[in-house]
Design a protein around this ligand. Structure first.
Ligand code: NAP
Length: 502
């Protein structure tokens, strides 16, 4: 007689899986070594979906940051002289290891940022692509020879690495914001000191373990972890240190403005990827189903916590009812929950401050007459930081959701009649990162794409980021570009050499 044994599949929670993972580090990475803070202080990192402590990371301060700057500065002396082919090899090794460890990296991203595992895999895939792209692009940092007005002279132009780069990154894309900056900086021949966000240090440290395995020389990449309390001191040191040649920052406009000021004393090179307030316009000629699909992708990725998320929807009167109905139905069907669970589409907000901000902005709109079609409140049955996907209509320009970046799962919809009106409303903001519109009228496509005051424009597309394209904003959304060959230019300067008496 056969005895049939049956096994029940038990889902092992990510935090238990992680304990055995070699990528989960609780030390910072400076000069090729895993180190504690000189003060021995640590801070706790929690899973926003459950509130559980995942682990601790060193709470570093300016003393540790100076140590990292010194190491990066020493490493620059030799790293700047590596050939493009050598740098390409290091970056390719790093990329190959990231690909091999994609699943582990994604689990760490989900655990500390709360985004659904499927999105975390998408982020790692996207983040990896920058390292792959820059491993190739490093060989194309070209100089030029310009015809000289003097017969026996040559005008030679070459691009040189700027030096040590300070990279300050946010929590919403803990992997990709690092690789987008570090990939370009290292490809250009710079060394880096990276300061990740308090909420998400473990992804940064996992990337350092892989950089270590990839064989980068000591000091070429460094990560200084810190709690929120120490971030301003470290940021100020990076901006003021004469050993740091440039800063690349992704985060809020408020902190970006502060860094701009701090960098002015040393006339430091500065890249700023700041907040957005993206318009999403749907014209009457649009394919409404396609616009709804684009809107869902643009708005609900990472629970609305992306800088390029559609923040204000403008819909032409003729198709307003149909668009709003279809979008609302899609939103009602979204599955909220812990990102570790299969099929979850909307995770928690990152922290209490973010939860309070979203709650306050929605309350402000409702108190001034906005209508709630769905959602409009927290979802405590899932956890403390969950917020229901929300649709607000009857929005007016005195409501805070009109001018402020919500950074949450909230759709604000306005009705408009003419193209002029839509463009004027879309541009009526200090921000200018991304903008989207849906139209099948070719003349309108060219007109509106030109008139929107944004650095990036999606036409009949809700997701536009890719390593090959320049990412960045205008107005108060920032300075400079990341990704593409423009991303490397931010880490090089142009040297003119006059060869005389030839
Ligand atoms: P944030 O408060 O500006 O923080 C971003 C980073 O700066 C974190 O590492 C933070 O460290 C650090 N930081 C905070 N205060 C600092 C200071 N005084 N000096 C130096 N560094 C400092 O932004 P966030 O709230 O985390 O991120 C959300 C914002 O980022 C949104 O506005 C969003 O639009 C923007 N964002 C922009 C892009 C883009 O590419 N344009 C991409 C993603 C996000 P701590 O975490 O330790 O405080």
């Amino acid at each position: 007689m056969f005895v049939v044994k049956t096994f029940r599949f038990v889902q092992v929670p990510l935090n238990l899986q992680l304990r055995t993972m070699h990528l989960l580090k609780n030390k910072a990475y400076i000069n090729g070594e895993w180190v504690s803070a000189r003060s021995d202080k640590v801070f706790e990192v929690t899973n926003p979906a459950t509130g559980e402590v995942i682990g601790t990371a060193p709470d570093m301060d300016v003393v540790d940051a100076q140590h990292a700057i010194d190491s990066a500065s020493r490493a620059f002396a030799t790293w700047q002289d590596t050939t493009a082919k050598e740098r390409s090899r290091y970056l390719r090794n790093w990329f190959d290891l990231m690909v091999k460890n994609l699943e582990s990296l994604a689990k760490i991203v989900t655990l500390e940022s709360g985004k659904p595992l499927v999105e975390a895999r998408g982020e790692v895939f996207y983040g990896n692509s920058f390292v792959e792209f820059f491993s190739e692009e490093t060989r194309r940092i070209q100089g030029e020879i310009i015809p000289s007005p003097v017969a026996n002279r040559k005008i030679l132009v070459e691009k040189q690495p700027i030096g040590v780069a300070g990279l300050i990154t946010p929590w919403n894309f803990p992997h990709a914001m690092i690789t987008r900056k570090a990939g370009a900086a290292l490809a250009a021949g710079c060394t880096c000191v990276i300061k990740p966000a308090e909420d998400t240090p473990f992804t940064a440290l996992a990337l350092m373990e892989l950089a270590h395995e990839a064989g980068f020389p000591k000091g070429v990449v460094n990560v200084v972890t810190s709690s929120r309390g120490n971030a301003p001191g470290i940021g100020n040191l990076l901006c003021q240190s004469p050993l740091v040649a440039g800063i690349s920052f992704t985060g809020s406009t408020q902190v970006g403005k502060l860094l701009y000021k701090q960098c002015s004393s040393g006339i430091k090179r500065l890249g700023l990827e700041l907040g957005g307030n993206a318009p999403f316009i749907v014209y009457k000629s649009a394919d409404v189903d396609s616009a709804v699909k684009g809107a869902m992708g643009s708005k609900f990725r990472n629970c609305g916590q992306t800088c390029v998320a559609a923040n204000r929807f403008f819909v032409q009167s003729d198709i307003y009812d149909s668009f709003v109905e279809k979008l609302t139905n899609e939103i009602k069907a979204l599955k909220i929950g812990n990102g570790e669970e299969p099929d979850v589409q909307v995770g928690p907000l990152i922290n209490q401050a973010q939860f309070e901000k979203v709650t306050t902005l929605v309350q402000d709109a409702v108190s001034k007459g906005a209508k709630v079609l769905v959602g409009g409140k927290g979802a405590p049955q899932h956890g403390r930081l969950f917020y229901e996907p929300t649709v607000l209509t009857d929005i007016k320009d005195d409501m805070r959701v009109y001018s402020e970046e919500v950074f949450g799962p909230v759709v604000n919809i306005f009705r408009f009649n003419t193209e002029e009106e839509s463009v004027a409303m879309a541009n009526n903001t200090e921000r200018g990162l991304a903008g989207y519109f849906y139209s099948r009228d070719v003349s309108q496509i060219f007109r509106v794409a030109r008139k929107l005051e944004v650095g990036m424009c999606g036409v009949n597309e809700g997701m536009i980021s890719t390593a090959e394209a320049p990412f960045g904003g205008v107005k108060e959304s920032g300075l400079g570009r990341e990704g593409s060959h423009h991303g490397i230019e931010e880490f090089t300067y142009v040297k003119y050499v006059a060869l005389g008496n030839l």
